[in-house]
Each structure stands twice: as structure tokens, then as C-alpha cells.
Design a protein around this ligand. Structure first.
Ligand code: MG
Length: 382
């Protein structure tokens, strides 16, 4: 039996993780769960899985049929992450945003295996997380489809023989639009992703290609590969989830349907490919195409490389500026193309370069930039 703690249970990755647990009750048991602002869904999931500890966003009197330990807010997330009861424990971080960072740190210190869907953890604090993983000797397994693919392509391989990682990108909701057609695109259009069903934030990040930029940074930290050996490529079908090219010209790719249940199952059962009921990929009539992913068309992707090559604290700047800009766009406060302008302005600001790169500064600077950017554009309604 694997004992699971899942934070972000009501989100897209959280619910798909629970789908897998629901079908494999003799394999997995949920011990801790954090839920979101959808109280009806939250209560239904709590009653179904009956975790011993539950974290709600806000204090309230919630009616439950049993008496779990109840905690709240960011402190509650850390409490769940650090709670330790069994030997064979896995922490699944399916939170969105920098809120996922401290819980990851707490779970590493509690020596839980980490299954990571929260990108920001590695984007803003990759160096810190890597040294903690080493110090506490815990596995860190990616849930994202691209990194799951690379992990599988690297199995049994010698890292010294890698020529480059090739991260595939579907192109997001505006892949068929030219830059001059992006001026007046709407939130609704941006949220209509052609291939993947995902949460709102990541769907916007896919449309701007910031998501791919974050994945480049994550890959750098997860697999210890320099940025000049990490490329991206436009692959509209999302069938090839990523590739690794080796020095002899061999390219290994992981291919399959675009269903997040597969990489989630692989992370939970790593390194086993067992036990997931899923649709088989129909290999007939597969038309796979690969095109250049242009920095001119997708400047946010180039901003990720630019920030990654500056002082490490600029990864916090990149993420915070993006987090604020996406929230503003989702609140109809700015236009789509303003997202990239906001990010560029922040990563070009030299004032940040003397800030020490440590957990406290990462969190406080992130908070400061998010508040500043949101205030400068009229605040948020929800
Ligand atoms: Mg991805």
C-alpha cells in the first residue's frame, strides 16, 4: 500500500489523480488532502476518500460525517506536507502557483517521495530543491507529460551521451494566429486549448508559451542538463510527449494519447507501467508534424531562457510577473499581449539582481512583485 498526501485535490491534476486512486483502492490510500474553493466538490471528495487530515482554504464550520484533523490555508498545506505516519508515503503537489513551494520543502524534509505537478516549485527554487532532495535522499518524480516522457527516454541511458532534450509543445490555443491577430483575442478564446484539458492558469501559460519556458527550466533542474542542450519544438498533435537526442544521432521519444492520467499513473507507480485503464493510441493514420517554435512568435519562451541565464533570483521575477499578468488577464484587466510586456519589463529590471537567492527572499520578492504588478493595473475583482 502506498500512502498518499495530495494538495490541490480539486484542480485538474488533483481530480485526475483521484480517478486513478478511486480505481486502485488496494494500491493507494489517501491520508491527507487539501481542497479548494469549490466547497461542494471539496466535501464530496473528502467524504469519498475520508483522509485523516484535510486542509481547507478558509476557516468555516464544514459538516462532515467523520472527524478528520482539519487545518487551513498555507500553514495547513505545510502541515499536511510535513505530517508523517507511514513509511511508504508519497506527496503529490498539484497546487498552482508559488503556493506550492513551501509544501514541497516540508514534504522533502518529512522524507516523503515527491510527485510534482506544481511547476513553480522548480522554476523559482530549482537549486534549493535539488540540494534538499539530495540532503534528505527523497525521489522527485515529475507528473508533467513532457518531463515524464524525458524521464522514460533517459531510463538506462548515460547522461553524458545526451546531445539535447527536445520538449514538444502543442502550440496552445492561438497556434494558428499570427502575432498581429493576437491584439484583441479574448479570455474565452485563450482558454480553449486544442489538445489538453487543463486548469485556467496553465491554459493561458500554454497560449503565451510561458508554460513551455517553465518546462525548459524544470527540465534543466530535473535532469541536470544545461540550457543550451534543451530545445523546444512545435508538435500540434501532442502524441510525441518529448524526445531525447543522443550523440550518435539516435532520438528516443515517448508517444501516447494526450491523457494526463498516463503520466500521473507513471509517477505514482514509478517505474511501473502497470494498471492504468486507458485508451490505446491508434497508430494507424497518425500524422505527426514538427515545426520550429519561434521566439519571435512566442517571446515568453525566449524570456524564460533570458531569465534562466541571469542571476537565479530572476526566475522568481519571471514567475511572479507571469502569475500577476495571467491573473490580471483572467480578470479582464489587461489584454493578451500585455502579459508578455509585463513579464519583459520585470525581468529587464536590474534592481533585483542583488537580492540573495534563498527561500525567504523568493517568497517575499514574489509576493512583492505580484502585488505591485496587480496594483499597477487596477487590482483584481475576485
Ligand atoms: Mg506539460
Amino acid at each position: 500500500m502506498k500512502y498518499l498526501y495530495i494538495v490541490g485535490a480539486c484542480g485538474s491534476i488533483g481530480r485526475q489523480t483521484l480517478d486513478i486512486v478511486r480505481k486502485s483502492k488496494d494500491e493507494f490510500k489517501i491520508i491527507g488532502m487539501s481542497v479548494g474553493s469549490n466547497i461542494e466538490l471539496s466535501l464530496a471528495l473528502i467524504e469519498e476518500f475520508k483522509p485523516e487530515i484535510v486542509c481547507f482554504r478558509k476557516k468555516n464550520s464544514y459538516k462532515l460525517s467523520y472527524s478528520p484533523i482539519i487545518v487551513y490555508g498555507d500553514e495547513g498545506l505545510e502541515f499536511i506536507a510535513g505530517y508523517k505516519k507511514y513509511d511508504n508515503e508519497t506527496f503529490i503537489n498539484a497546487l498552482v502557483g508559488i503556493a506550492g513551494l513551501k509544501p514541497t520543502v516540508a514534504a522533502i524534509k518529512a522524507r516523503k517521495e515527491i510527485c510534482l505537478a506544481n511547476k513553480e516549485t522548480l522554476v523559482v527554487a530549482g537549486d534549493i530543491i535539488k540540494s534538499l532532495i539530495k540532503e534528505y535522499n527523497v525521489p522527485l518524480i515529475p507528473i508533467d507529460s513532457e518531463h515524464s516522457a524525458i524521464l522514460q527516454c533517459l531510463t538506462g541511458e548515460n547522461k553524458k551521451e545526451i546531445k539535447r532534450l527536445i520538449i514538444t509543445a502543442s502550440g496552445g490555443s492561438f497556434r494558428d494566429k499570427k502575432r498581429n491577430e493576437l491584439e484583441f483575442v479574448t479570455k474565452k478564446e485563450a482558454l480553449a486549448h486544442p489538445n489538453w484539458k487543463m486548469g485556467e492558469k496553465i491554459t493561458i501559460d500554454s497560449a503565451t508559451m510561458m508554460n513551455k519556458g517553465f518546462e525548459v527550466i524544470e527540465a534543466h533542474y530535473l535532469f541536470d542538463i544545461p540550457y543550451d542542450k534543451i530545445d523546444t519544438i512545435l508538435h500540434r498533435q501532442s502524441i510525441v510527449h518529448s524526445m531525447v537526442e543522443f550523440n550518435d544521432g539516435t532520438i528516443k521519444a515517448e508517444i501516447g494519447t494526450s491523457d494526463m492520467h498516463t503520466p500521473i499513473s507513471y509517477a505514482l507507480r514509478y517505474p511501473s507501467h502497470n494498471n492504468l485503464e486507458s485508451d490505446n493510441l491508434n497508430l494507424y493514420n497518425l500524422n505527426l508534424s514538427f515545426e520550429e517554435l519561434s521566439f519571435d512568435r512566442y517571446p515568453c519562451l525566449s524570456y524564460a531562457y533570458i531569465a534562466a541565464r541571469k542571476e537565479s533570483i530572476y526566475l522568481t521575477v519571471l514567475n511572479a510577473a507571469n502569475e500577476a499578468a495571467v491573473a490580471l488577464f483572467l480578470n479582464d484587466k489587461i489584454k493578451f499581449l500585455d502579459i508578455e510586456k509585463i513579464i519583459y519589463d520585470e525581468i529587464s529590471n536590474d534592481e533585483y539582481k542583488n537580492i540573495d537567492y534563498n527561500l525567504e527572499n523568493i517568497i517575499s520578492l514574489s509576493d512583492e512583485i505580484i502585488k505591485k504588478v496587480i496594483k499597477a493595473h487596477g487590482g483584481l475583482e475576485k
